[in-house]
Write a protein that binds this ligand. Sequence first.
Ligand code: 9MR
Length: 353
Amino acid sequence: MFVQRWNRTLLTGAFLGAVGLLMNARAGEASGTPTLRELAQQRGFRIGAAVAMPLLDNAEYRQTLSREFNLCVAENAFKMESLRPARDRFDFQQVDRLCAFAQTNRMKLRGHTLVWHQQMPWWLSQGHWTRDEALGIMKDHITTVMQHCQGKVYAWDVVNEAISDQGPDHPIRPDSFWTRVVGADYVEKAFEFARAADPQAILYYNDYSNEGMDSKSEAVFQLVKRLKAKGLVDAVGWQCHLASGWKAGAAQARNAERLAKLGLDISITELDFRISLPVTPKKLQTQAESYRSVMRFCLSQPNIKALVMWGFTDKSSCVPYFFKGAGAALIFDEQYQPKPAYEALREELTKAK
Ligand code: 9MR
């Protein structure tokens, strides 16, 4: 008796789950409303999300991702820590899985990130190396990873967050592993190795707090100007981990225009708008207006090629870990239901020519 009822409950649950999945997958079709992906595609724009690889096992996660986005990036799987269990060994299992997913679903794939002072393998960060040895490891890493992914990854964050937060000069971080062992020219070296490894790939310098007009974005500007003069960089990534309420404005426009004059493209690479918990309808509306302002801004600047969010569902976001008391930073809720922010993005994409 108990077993029968238990079975019935399970079956009913499974049935309802399947119906839910189907309804969610068909949400756009049924209402005749185009998805973000379709709208972006029509405008030659890229809308993307970071992927938490363990969640790729979840059908609802996979379906939402491929339905709504024409670009993806791994949240952690392409980082050196994940790829290099040992100096003489690469583990491409997760990378290959995401490459296959992107290919099957006709999505562009960004590579994040080749050189960073965080999420490095312990054998490297704890080892004792000469400058030449460290440069050799960096070159081998960049070359092997880029060539492994050639034709599958269209753009790379070659160097991530190299510039220090210490104003007014914001030097290349003096305390980073790469600066200590190689010297500040490690940034240029990384771009040289990347250009040689895959001349077709679009090469990005990626950082946070560089979207405005201030001393840090000035330091980023000067760095990419030097690199661009040598033909080593193509684009700048503005991460944009921001607090809800923020809006894109005149400073971002001036910054985008000065980068355009250098011949550099931009992508918003890690957008999220954190809300201070608990969530209320009013806070969700404020968040929607923040997302709207960024989409409107992106579509108004010809050199902005993509808007990528650091995830898409509040079920999986690094925000609560890094910002205590904050969360709900993405455009789908934990049940994969679109939030007001999703609707705001859709409205802006619909309005755009
Ligand atoms: O989302 C990533 C998280 O899972 C990792 O624990 C963390 C390690 O620092 O990195 C997060 O992603 C970061 C990205 O690689 C670079 N910009 C900041 C992102 C959020 O912290």
